[in-house]
Design a protein around this ligand. Structure first.
Ligand code: SF4
Ligand code: SF4
Length: 443
């Protein structure tokens, strides 16, 4: 079996059709024999401050260690014994790192739940609970939720937007969560409103979802929560898009500049569970695409290896596939299908690999025309290839949201997004150098 990094390959996504592969199907439950807990920070790759060691017995939800940068916890996702260390590929870091392997005893021996916090919890208690359970955004990026809410009362937030757009092809976990967990989601949103001191929250999803319309028609018990719908287009789930589409507001760097906080809908569900005292050890992910035998949403322990759940669903279709941690537009195929599901991963997309020959740029302008950030991807590509830093800086590649549309629409099958990504990295290093130089000269 070959696993390839692919992007820019043409899959003509009819988004609604791709979602039908898993939507409405019964969620399957998977129990791997082993889970593989990365013992490094998923962003900085610095070693976790460990509280356990190889040979220790652990319970489900027991603290394995804390992340060095922000103190967020890493929990055991199953009960059993830490039997060894193993080096595995990490999908977020893009390289091999150390993991603790826990042999699953299949007994689900859990740690004592945390103290339940009710409607009378203070804002400080809610933020502390977000941190205590390591709550991260479930939209795919994994930004720690407590950071959005810490000191939030100074930011004049008037609105919380709950992002349930799920605009990527194939993904359906948010949609299913909304249908199955309405009360808990509304509860989670209420806690967010309270912390931020906001007046209103809007749950934002795409037009053309009659089942959600029906489920969320009656919100009379929550007078400060309403539904808003956006167009059924990609990338309608982009934060800037939903802030503009629902509130007619714009911002430069962060939604808080427009007095808004944006949270993914499953994050609200997880907050409600956290307030009840639950630590997140399991999650539902979409495992879909034309490269897996039986696409389905699967409930599994966090830190399950991708290959284990793919085999649970019958394995790959064909000999050559790409496996992406996330949807096919924003994420790339990984080099190794033994990488594990992280707390903030919401999908595995498995697609047949199609060999494509890249043609020279036609100067058709399609990439520029479709870029939602208003960039000129083809110009950025050329500036990057010419190593022209001044031109790259002028073209502001740091505004790229990595939506992948430029690569998707390119008739020459050029992975334009990849060049923009490299230019973004190069210019961010250069900007830091320039800032350091400026402050040195200022002293
Ligand atoms: S990946 Fe970046 S450059 Fe390409 S269309 Fe999306 S925002 Fe624009
Ligand atoms: S879409 Fe492709 S062919 Fe057209 S201008 Fe952009 S890079 Fe060139």
């Amino acid at each position: 079996m070959s696993i390839f990094t692919t992007f820019g390959q043409k899959h003509l996504y009819r988004i609604a059709e791709t979602k039908k592969l898993t939507m409405g199907k019964e969620i399957l439950s998977f129990e791997p024999k082993e889970v593989f807990v990365p013992v490094v920070d998923p962003v900085t790759s610095k070693p976790v401050d460990l509280k356990v060691a190889v040979g220790d017995e652990v319970k489900e939800g027991q603290l394995i260690g804390t992340r060095p940068e922000n103190g967020l916890p890493v929990f055991a996702s199953v009960s059993g014994k830490i039997v060894r260390e193993e080096t595995l590929f990490h999908a977020n870091l893009g390289r091999n790192v150390k993991h603790f392997v826990i042999e699953n005893d299949l007994k689900h021996v859990k740690v004592e739940p945390l103290k339940e916090l009710g409607d009378d919890a203070t804002s400080e208690e809610i933020v502390a609970r977000m941190k205590e359970v390591g709550l991260s955004g479930h939209g795919g990026a994994g930004f720690p939720t407590f950071i959005k809410y810490q000191g939030v009362t100074t930011k004049n937030i008037d609105t919380i937007l709950i992002n349930a757009v799920e605009c990527e092809p194939f993904l359906t976990t948010d949609h299913e969560a909304m249908l199955k967990n309405k009360e808990e989601i509304l509860k989670g949103i209420s806690f967010m409103i309270k912390v931020a001191g906001a007046e209103k929250a809007y749950i934002v999803y795409k037009k053309g979802n009659p089942d959600l319309d029906e489920a969320y028609a009656d919100l009379s018990s929550y007078p400060n929560i309403e539904v808003r719908k956006v167009k059924n287009v990609y990338p309608a789930g982009w934060e800037r898009y939903i802030v503009k589409a629902t509130l007619k507001r714009t911002y430069n760097r962060l939604p808080a500049e427009a007095n808004v906080i944006v949270n993914n809908v499953t994050t609200c569900l997880m907050l409600a569970k956290a307030m009840k005292g639950e630590v997140e050890t399991r999650k539902v992910i979409t495992v879909s695409g034309n490269g897996v035998q039986n696409p389905n949403n699967v409930e599994l322990p966090i830190y399950t290896r991708a290959i284990d759940v793919i085999e649970f669903l019958g394995g790959y279709v064909g000999e050559s596939v790409s496996v992406s941690f996330g949807g096919p537009m924003c994420s790339r195929g990984v080099m190794d299908d033994k990488a594990v599901i992280l707390p903030f991963n919401n999908a595995l997309t498995i697609l047949p690999r199609i060999k494509l020959d890249t043609l020279p740029c036609l100067r058709c302008g399609a990439c520029t025309e479709h870029c939602p950030s208003g960039l000129q991807p083809v110009e950025i590509k050329q500036a990057y290839q010419a190593k022209n830093m001044d031109r790259m800086l002028a073209l502001t590649p740091w505004h790229c949201i990595a939506c992948g549309l430029c690569s998707y629409v390119c008739p020459s099958k050029i992975d334009v997004n990849d060049f923009v990504k490299k230019a973004k990295l190069m210019t961010s290093v250069q900007l830091k150098k320039m800032e350091a130089q400026k402050s040195k000269e200022g002293k």
